[in-house]
Design a protein around this ligand. Structure first.
Ligand code: GLU
Length: 318
């Protein structure tokens, strides 16, 4: 936890005799061309604008993604982070990837953000038309530590696939994968991400490529049996090369923290976002359709942080 108490020694502070310590907080995000990075940067932007009132200094560095963020929050390296709804659920309950380390009962939900469809993009010359066609191809399954990689493994397990089913299973970070596909080092990329996203824009404008539907009995079962998954559509016309809707399934991006981050800090952060909500929604196109009433309930499996609950009650939302 980067929380340094720095005694303010400016003349003004000395005159009034009130030394308010600065609180430094960090938000774990994802790769720089994803949407998590924009979530963290946007929250910090609004928080830091109000710095004179609350003395909170917020930074949101690029990270490996959901699972890395949840782990960093658990050990106190980060105060907050963005995480997929499936990995929030598993971290809180100590299931799936989190079974070995056990449940993190200190994890707290703050709010949910944008939907994240499980997104597959393939080179037009790869011959890939369906998810099943990925078999035998060169595919970027994502970096360990990303939620996206974890969800790809869930889908692979559901289909009975292993890494050996691909001629190459690359583990590139999200910010590297569009270039790798357009340089013809992989045939397809897999990324659970909000839309529109910089990565998918880059992948569909730097070379001929299209979105691939992710459908079938296994996917239907995943979506119907788990609350943290749902069927999803990536709208046609959003990206070059794909004019019709693409069917898939998806998760929700969520903003989480832990009981180790105090109530007042989370209250001020939530207040900075929701007191300036119209401004927040304009900071990235994937935020355009966000609604407050959904964000405080959808996709949250860990209990609400006390500081968030305090603000939502104050607004009459709870
Ligand atoms: N959902 C991705 C992950 O957890 C990150 C998406 C993004 O960077 O916007 O790895």
């Amino acid at each position: 936890m980067k929380r340094l108490a720095i005694a303010a020694v400016t003349a003004g502070v000395l005159c009034t005799g009130t030394t308010q310590a600065e609180t430094f907080v960090t938000i774990g995000t994802g790769g720089q061309t994803g949407v998590y990075y924009a979530v963290g940067q946007s929250i910090c932007k609004l928080v830091n604008r109000g710095g004179e009132e609350h003395n909170i200094k917020c930074t949101a560095p690029s990270t490996g993604g959901s699972v890395a963020n949840l782990n960093a929050i658990k050990v106190g390296e980060m105060d907050m982070g963005v995480a997929q709804s499936d990995w929030q659920y598993h971290a809180y309950n100590g299931t799936s990837k989190f079974e070995d380390q056990g449940a993190n009962g200190d994890l707290r939900a703050v709010f949910s953000v944008h939907p994240e469809p499980f997104t597959v993009v393939a080179r037009a010359d790869s011959g890939i038309e369906t998810f099943a066609d990925l078999k035998g191809k060169r595919v970027n399954i994502g970096n360990p530590g990303s939620g996206s990689r974890g969800t790809m493994e869930v889908v692979m397990n559901a289909l009975g696939w292993t890494k050996d089913d691909f001629s190459l299973a690359a583990e590139l970070k999200s910010a590297e994968q569009a270039a790798a596909m357009c340089d013809n080092n992989v045939d397809a990329i897999v990324f659970t991400v909000g839309h529109p996203s910089g990565t998918i824009k880059e992948a569909t404008t730097s070379c001929d490529a299209k979105l691939i539907p992710v459908t079938g009995a296994e996917v239907d079962t995943l979506a119907s049996e788990n609350d943290y998954y749902a069927k999803a559509i990536i709208p046609g016309g959003m990206y070059n090369g794909t004019d019709t809707d693409t069917e898939t399934f998806g998760v929700g991006a969520t903003f989480v923290s832990s009981t180790n981050t105090d109530e007042e800090t989370i209250y001020q952060i939530v207040k900075a976002v929701f007191d300036n909500f119209d401004r927040f929604k304009k900071l990235h196109p994937a935020f355009a359709n966000l609604k407050e009433e959904d964000m405080i309930v959808n996709n949250l499996s860990a209990p609400l942080h006390d500081g968030a609950a305090r603000y939502y009650k104050e607004r009459g939302w709870l």
